[in-house]
Design a protein around this ligand. Structure first.
Ligand SMILES: Cc1cc2nc3c(=O)[nH]c(=O)nc-3n(C[C@H](O)[C@H](O)[C@H](O)COP(=O)(O)OP(=O)(O)OC[C@H]3O[C@@H](n4cnc5c(N)ncnc54)[C@H](O)[C@@H]3O)c2cc1C
Length: 366
């Protein structure tokens, strides 16, 4: 029989890696399973706030570009610009930084181990990869939007109205050209029904490359490829001479799960639907939920209350004010995108207010 781990974490993205670090630091036998070899490419704008950069103590070397401004374009040529300190980085670098910290803290990483099945028997979780079987007292699903682990335990896939479909091109333009055409420290978001009926397009600049992408709620997507081609055509002067170095399609949750775990099984990050449905921001939620899941698991293992871990985790997510804000954004999402006027109204409010405040009060009261 293989080793009995305290916790197995499936998925070495940000949520999984940070959960592994917190658990290993507390001395728990922690196994992190990842289906790819690391570092792996991950479709993502890689945009983070300065607050995130500071809290995670990210090294200078992985900051691809510092950001000072967010430029919100509407198709009718109206443009809004707001200050927003942050950074753009490659997810391969960011995730590796987190995974390395987990390993330094004592977690064991096994790469090229794709979880294909999982079940619980007599209180023990069994996790199966094509060649190996692992066992643990608790299990954390950090395997992203299509979570295999959650499906093994009876969760449905997200419905088409609960996810966004995205397409991204990484386009190499060169550092100076990016600064000349898009600004030195600017993130660009593009709104309007001709771009996306519920979603938006974006240009997130790295050092030499821009991530150009488009997202739309899957249930409202007719022909994303065509919409993306049109979007690229709108930007053709700014992208002229660029070389596409990567093309990828990926889904992104736009709704919370009903449940975030069951007994000793906890779900974090995209697997749990912990993504801002208005902006698509998921990086901070994956890290925060990874920490909360790890703290919950540690408490449950120490006190012998594993069966109650999921309900404690749900309460902790609520207490840290994560769920209400995301739910409020989900509730106004459709209305924000209902008309071009509503989109303008949202963008104007966003210039001077946090999205959570807009969703929980201003959208209804102004
Ligand atoms: C196009 C796009 C742009 C985005 N831009 C931004 C942005 O600019 N800023 C922001 O904050 N958020 C952004 N997001 C959201 C953000 O990328 C996610 O919310 C975040 O990556 C979630 O982290 P996670 O750890 O939960 O999941 P993931 O990052 O998806 O990590 C899951 C990990 O699990 C592994 N895995 C999957 N299945 C298995 C399996 N069966 N067995 C073992 N391992 C498995 C995967 O390989 C991966 O390493 C964007 C998302 C998309 C799609």
């Amino acid at each position: 029989m293989s080793k009995l781990w305290d916790v197995i974490i499936c998925g070495a993205g940000l949520g999984g890696s940070y959960a592994a670090e917190v658990l290993a630091e507390k001395g728990f036998a922690t196994l992190l399973l990842e289906k790819y070899s690391l570092p792996r490419y991950k479709a993502c704008g890689g945009g983070v706030t300065q607050e995130f950069v500071d809290e995670a103590r990210l090294p200078e070397s992985i900051i691809e570009r510092s950001i000072e401004y967010l430029v919100l374009h509407h198709l009718d040529h109206q443009t809004y610009e707001k200050e927003g300190k942050g950074a753009c980085l490659w997810r391969a670098d960011l995730d590796s930084f987190f995974t390395r910290q987990a390993m330094d803290a004592g977690a064991e990483l096994k790469e090229r181990e794709q979880v294909v099945a999982a079940h619980q028997e007599d209180g023990i979780f069994y996790v199966q990869t094509p060649e190996h079987k692992f066992q643990a007292r608790m299990l954390i699903a950090a395997d992203g939007v299509t979570s295999t682990v959650l499906r093994c335990f009876g969760w449905n896939r997200f419905r088409p109205d609960e996810v966004a479909q995205t397409v991204t091109h990484e386009i190499k333009l060169g550092e100076k050209t990016i600064a000349q055409r898009f600004g030195d420290q600017h993130l660009h978001l593009y709104f309007g029904h001709d771009i996306s009926p519920i979603g938006y397009g974006w240009v997130f600049p790295k050092r030499e490359t821009v991530s150009v992408g488009l997202g739309c709620r899957l249930s409202n997507t007719k022909n994303l490829k065509l919409a993306f081609d049109n979007f690229l055509r709108r930007l053709k002067n700014q992208l002229a001479g660029g070389k596409v170095v990567h093309r990828v399609a990926h889904m992104l949750p736009a709704a919370l799960r009903q449940e975030f775990g069951k007994g000793g099984l906890l779900a974090v990050g995209d697997a749990a639907g912990l993504v801002d449905p208005l902006s698509g921001k998921g990086i901070p939620y994956s890290v925060t939920s990874g920490r909360i899941a790890a703290e919950t698991a540690a408490y449950a293992l120490e006190t012998g209350t594993i069966d109650h871990a999921a309900s404690k985790y749900h309460s902790a997510l609520k207490e840290e004010n994560i769920l209400d804000g995301l739910q409020a954004k989900r509730e106004i999402q459709e209305d924000v995108y209902r008309t071009e006027e509503n989109i303008h109204r949202y963008l104007k409010l966003w210039l001077t207010n946090r999205a959570t405040v807009i969703a929980s009060s201003l959208w209804h009261n102004t």
